[in-house]
Design a protein around this ligand. Structure first.
Ligand SMILES: Cc1cc2nc3c(=O)[nH]c(=O)nc-3n(C[C@H](O)[C@H](O)[C@H](O)COP(=O)(O)O)c2cc1C
Length: 328
């Protein structure tokens, strides 16, 4: 199976953010945008005693599973499980700088071990033909050259990896927190461009610092896709023009219509025992920049604290929608 859906615009994998419920909200905003799970450790997949992993595939459209892994044997065991789930892509995390990940010897430090990454790719391929992609940085610590990144990508190329997502910053493994690693090392889009020019037959997706759809679209002049992380969480409605601008498709639902549909989805998971807090969380920033967003957040906090039912937010969302229409 090859990549059937063009990954022109995607929402980045973000721990504690791009969970199942956030992905399902974004899927209502755009049918076509490519979504990524949070990084899931292969051990969690293999020892999934509470059957938490099995719900991860419950999101329609193009979704990639991002795995954290450094051992080909474990990669193969996990692949045997995730191959049966509903994912369009398996993405190997070779970019995360957190100390937890580095101690497990995966994430960004895998950039120094391309052969090991190649072995994991081979191991996963033994179990599934879902396309495998890699998300990486432009370098790490003192390995901050075009040649170092080129050598890493070259190994992926030799393993027939068609798509690589590159966060255009180096990772600094000692001395910077994950948060600082997303702000302090400077963006270097030129190095990503060098990789695109060197590996013309690969899809190179740019990530890092993209703030809106206009910028994301502009980068398609150079790259094969754009990936947006923090800006999508801070203002999910920003993605509402995705189908129109990137996929020549229409998705005309208003925010309150989307909320109506999301509430139906939420009732299913509440009946399965998920908390209102988890279900309401993706909605907090939906009225970003709109007058009345403060009242919206106050009401959502009451839902999160189980003072009111999640269904009661629908009326407020319609009122806010009317305010926006009147102001327009
Ligand atoms: C809260 C948070 C959690 C993240 N978790 C992951 C993760 O699980 N896997 C990953 O590859 N990158 C992770 N990232 C990095 C993002 O995928 C992305 O590379 C980074 O935020 C840069 O893109 P941006 O400037 O558009 O936010 C995370 C970022 C944030 C803000």
């Amino acid at each position: 199976m090859e990549n059937i859906h063009p990954n022109l615009l995607s929402v980045a994998p973000m721990m504690d953010r791009t969970d199942l419920h956030f992905r399902n909200l974004i899927r209502l905003i755009s049918k076509n945008i490519f979504l990524y799970t949070e990084m899931i450790n292969v051990n969690t997949i293999i020892h999934d005693q509470n059957k938490r992993f099995l719900i991860e595939g419950d999101c329609k459209g193009p979704v990639a599973l991002q795995i954290g892994c450094s051992d080909p044997i474990l990669a193969k065991q996990a692949a045997n499980i995730f191959a049966k789930e509903n994912f369009q892509e398996i993405n190997i995390n070779c970019g995360c700088p957190s100390s937890k990940v580095v101690n497990g010897n995966f994430g960004a430090c895998l950039m120094k071990e391309p052969i090991k990454v190649g072995k994991m790719i081979d191991a996963i391929k033994e179990e599934t033909d879902i396309p495998i992609t890699v998300k990486t940085r432009i370098g790490l610590d003192n390995f901050d050259t075009d040649e170092f990144l080129e050598e890493f990508i070259s190994e992926l190329h030799s393993k027939n990896v068609k798509t690589v997502i590159i966060h255009a910053r180096i990772a600094i493994l000692k001395g910077l927190s994950p948060h600082e690693n997303r702000t302090i090392p400077p963006l270097n889009y030129e190095r990503v461009k060098y990789i695109k020019n060197t590996f013309k037959d690969m899809n190179i997706i740019l990530n890092g610092g993209i703030k809106n759809l206009k910028e994301a679209k502009w980068h398609l002049n150079t790259f094969d896709g754009s990936m947006i992380g923090r800006a999508a969480w801070d203002n999910p409605w920003m993605l509402s023009e995705t189908d129109n601008l990137f996929y020549n498709n229409k998705n005309n639902m208003s925010r309150s219509e989307i909320i109506g549909k999301y509430l139906k989805y939420a009732s299913k998971y509440i009946s399965l025992g998920h908390s209102q807090r988890r279900l309401v969380r993706p909605l907090f920033n939906l009225f970003y920049g709109v007058q009345g967003t403060k009242i919206w957040k106050q009401q959502l906090n009451e839902v999160a604290n189980n003072k009111i039912s999640i269904n009661s937010i629908y009326d407020l969302s319609s009122q806010l929608e009317e305010t926006i229409e009147e102001a327009a």
